[in-house]
Design a protein around this ligand. Structure first.
Ligand code: PBG
Length: 329
């Protein structure tokens, strides 16, 4: 007796494994998140994100050139806003000469073909650390969507190719699309964080930007009234479909690894590109286990990234982008 099929023939050596490989990572799969701070000559490591840095605009120039030379052609910008510029309505977000607007111009200046995407949400600008305007213990939906639309126009004016609303207010994609069209930014795209879960994996990111929700009477310390419940699956499809109907060009699932079932379902359901955000907590978990010698950093990193792509991601936002591309050779 012998097995009718010997699947191991297709695993015998490197050459045959390469030949039959179903999923291949390339540099153009990646979107690189970057954290920007005010100042000069700053490149400070984020405590809970080893080997990842907040940088000032002069170092952003260098970083962007390096990314481009590695074949990485898309960045996602986040800014750390000084406390004295934070308020409840995110007024600083609309400052034409604000840090985000200058960061966009900086990238476009040194590398005009680099695709620039910008985070659109109030949290880095909010004195409460929320993605929207707070009133009477509530996160106001429609008022926030209005500010997000103005913020998006401001980013487009500075030269952003795509805006990436990460706030989870209802109806904001429609508001943003209309505002961009009204102002003539017909080619500015929207990558919507469509299925964004209220996740504890965002902890290190909130440290990076000093943007965690603060303890204030009657205001929730979490984002569960706007970000999704980890238990829900159909809701993710509904959220995503709604964003597409409102004009999203790219949709996103976030976080990555714990939500790859959602990625596959959405990929099967929709016909626009699907992005996945492998978030800060996922990065921190691997870094800390690797530091202890408990996991092999590079092997686990590549396994995770290939899993994200295999699940259906067309675009992977990842803090590992540079490391992964260097390994690809
Ligand atoms: C802001 C925003 C967050 C992330 C991306 N945009 C944090 C949050 O919603 O609290 C998280 C990214 C990460 O953890 O890497 N709206």
């Amino acid at each position: 007796m012998y097995p009718l099929t010997r699947n191991r023939r297709l695993r015998n050596n490197d050459a045959i494994r390469h030949l039959v490989r179903e999923t291949i990572l390339t540099p153009s799969d990646f979107l690189v998140p970057l954290f920007i701070v005010e100042g000069k000559g700053i490149r400070e490591e984020i405590t809970s994100m080893p080997d990842y840095y907040r940088m000032s605009l002069d170092n952003l120039e260098k970083e962007v050139k390096e990314l481009w030379n590695l074949g990485l052609c898309a960045v996602l910008l986040f800014v750390k806003v000084p406390d004295n510029l934070k308020d409840n309505k995110g007024a600083e977000a609309l400052n034409a000469d604000g840090l985000m607007q200058r960061a966009i111009k900086t990238v476009k200046n040194v590398c005009p073909d680099m695709l620039v995407m910008t985070d659109v949400a109030l949290d880095p600008y909010s004195s409460y650390g929320h993605d929207g305007i707070v009133a009477d213990g509530q996160i106001l939906n429609d008022e926030t969507a209005q500010v997000l639309a103005e913020m998006s126009v401001s980013h487009a004016q500075a030269g952003a190719n795509f805006v990436a609303p990460s706030d989870m207010m209802d109806g904001r994609i429609l508001h943003i699309r209309e505002a961009l069209e009204d102002e003539g930014f017909i080619d500015t795209g929207i990558m919507s964080y469509s299925a964004k879960y209220a996740s504890a994996f965002y902890g290190p990111f909130r440290e990076a930007l000093d943007s965690a929700p603060v303890a204030i009477k009657n205001v929730p310390m979490d984002k569960k009234t706007y970000q999704m419940d980890a238990a829900n699956r159909f809701e993710a499809i509904r959220e995503t479909q709604m964003d597409i109907d409102e004009g999203a060009d790219i949709v996103m699932v976030k976080p990555g690894l714990c939500y790859l079932d959602i990625v596959r379902e959405i990929k099967n359901e929709v016909d626009v590109p699907v992005a996945v955000y492998q978030v800060s907590g996922e990065y921190a978990m691997l870094k800390s286990a690797a530091e202890k010698g408990w996991l092999n950093h590079d092997s686990v990193m590549m396994e995770q990234l290939i899993a994200i792509k295999r699940a259906g991601a067309n675009i992977i936002a990842s803090y590992f982008a540079k490391d992964a591309v260097k390994l690809m050779g």
